[in-house]
Write a protein that binds this ligand. Structure first.
Ligand SMILES: [Zn+2]
Length: 478
């Protein structure tokens, strides 16, 4: 069956929920000193030695991932060749030769077990001699950047009753996120994250007050100070982390209706609870939002200007926002103008943790919105594996109808036209969890409304309120 892999899914879906419970303070772990190196060809860490008041790192080990290296030692002398560059040093001597020229290490060279070590403090000047390229060495944090590899963060706070801090990075990141009373810590061990420009940023917000950046022992850390529990959501292929104040009353993950535990694939961000303590980890219910059509498949031409595939994507984004405001996490079938098979949309939803599936269409006929549930093939119409696939919705159909009714009620509350119907509409048949299709129809001023974010947002909020009203019933019915 055309399921996408768990790994791909895990990267689509990085959803975490934190509760700031009382945390017992524990003594910091004694950590080995290390140096992190970020280069276009490799990211790695090396142990750092303390000798006679200086920090040292092995020069062969440092250069090895970056090119061809060999070394030799004899009688207190140590030589290294990196690609075609030679370096020569002597145990206990600060002066050596690189490319045939004198080089001052600033502290004595060290030989231990035939391995040559240079002072950490020399790396900023020494490495460019070997590599022929600039390096940026943050000695205090023990982080070395070779070439233009740094990832810059930027912060954007959206204030409000449930404020959100959006951290954008110009490359994907995968920090270890942990929580302590009053703050969320993001530790970037392998990501070449740089300072956002200042070490501390203050926000004029009652809940999220400050973000600080620091570097220590080969890692960067961003701490966000907040007076309420925060929820972290990854999006934009790992380039955006959104920290949002969690809704105060939540049933997420309680009772039997929550999603199963998120599998820990390699790209799945991990929550690291402080040692000796297990804070309650509450998970958000995930709603799968499918923007129908896309890419080569344009859908209906709603007006001369408006293709259905574009309307459904904008509508899906607004629905995602409305659902997130109500304490759900959202998995999107597509984030851009891409072609995705129907089977793949259903497969992605079934392989994940979604508790409900909502596919969005648009039409130039009628007005308001129509909500569809699956019309399943009768017994005997399909056989074998296809029967299972085409009848996947069977068990969830009763709850799907409840979702449809709830959404129609919310449309009525907003004085919008709406109706529910059953239709043979793929991929609803193939989805295991409660599933509806919502077809956006023109508003009071006609088909042009279909492209209006204000109009779409009204319908999206009706859908989200409808989902909230039946949230206790959602989930895969097996
Ligand atoms: Zn359509």
């Amino acid at each position: 069956m055309p399921f996408i892999s768990k790994k791909t899914l895990a990267s689509l879906l990085g959803i975490l929920f934190f509760a700031m419970a009382a945390v017992v303070a524990t003594a910091p772990q004694v950590q080995e000193k290390q140096l992190s190196v970020y280069a276009p060809v490799a990211t790695y860490t090396l142990p750092v030695l303390d000798r006679s008041g200086h920090e040292y790192v092995g020069l062969l080990e440092l250069l090895e991932p970056l090119g061809r290296v060999s070394s030799q030692t004899a009688g207190g002398r140590w030589g290294i060749r990196y690609n075609s560059v030679d370096g020569n040093f002597a145990a206990g001597k600060s002066r050596g030769k690189v490319r045939g020229r004198d080089f001052d290490l600033g502290a004595p060279f060290l030989i231990e077990n035939a391995r040559g070590f240079v002072p950490l403090a020399s790396l900023g000047n020494l490495l460019p001699k070997f590599l022929g390229t600039a390096v940026d060495f943050h000695q205090n944090g023990r982080r070395l950047f070779v070439g233009q590899v740094g990832i810059e963060p930027s912060f954007h706070l959206e204030s409000g009753p449930q404020p959100r801090l959006v951290l954008s990075f110009n490359g994907p990141v995968n920090p270890t996120i942990s929580t302590e009373p009053g703050r969320v810590r993001m530790l970037f061990k392998r990501d070449p994250v740089l300072s956002p420009g200042s070490q501390s940023i203050s926000f004029a917000d009652k809940i999220i007050s400050q973000a600080t950046y620091s570097e220590n022992n080969g890692a960067a850390e961003i701490d966000v100070v907040a007076s309420s529990p925060l929820l972290a959501t990854y999006s934009n292929s790992g380039k955006t982390i959104t920290l949002a104040a969690a809704p105060t009353e939540t049933q997420a993950g309680q009772g039997g209706t929550g999603p199963p535990a998120v599998s820990s694939g390699p790209s799945t961000p991990k929550v690291t609870p402080p040692p000796g303590n297990t804070p309650p980890t509450i998970r958000h219910p995930v709603i799968f939002v499918d923007a129908a059509h896309g890419g080569d498949e344009r859908g209906a031409a709603l007006t001369d200007q408006l293709a259905e595939k574009d309307v459904t994507l904008g509508f899906a984004r607004l629905l995602r926002h409305e659902l997130e405001l109500r304490g759900f996490a959202v998995q999107m079938s597509r984030e851009g103008d891409t072609t995705i098979a129907l089977d793949q949309r259903a497969g992605s939803a079934n392989a994940g943790q979604a508790v409900a599936f909502i596919t969005l269409h648009a039409t130039s006929q009628g007005n308001g919105a129509r909500v569809y549930t699956a019309l399943l093939p009768r017994e005997g119409e399909s056989k074998g594996v296809f029967r299972a696939w085409n009848g996947a919705q069977q068990q969830a159909l009763a709850v799907s109808a409840m979702v449809a009714t709830a959404v129609v009620n919310e449309l009525k509350v907003r004085k919008m036209a709406g109706g529910a119907a059953a239709a043979s509409l793929r991929p609803l048949n193939n989805v295991l969890m409660p599933a509806v299709a919502v077809e956006l129809a023109p508003g009071p001023t006609g088909a042009a409304d279909l492209g209006s974010a204000t109009y779409q947002q009204q319908v999206a909020s009706a859908i989200a309120d409808g989902v909230v009203s039946v949230r206790d019933r959602l989930g895969v019915q097996r």
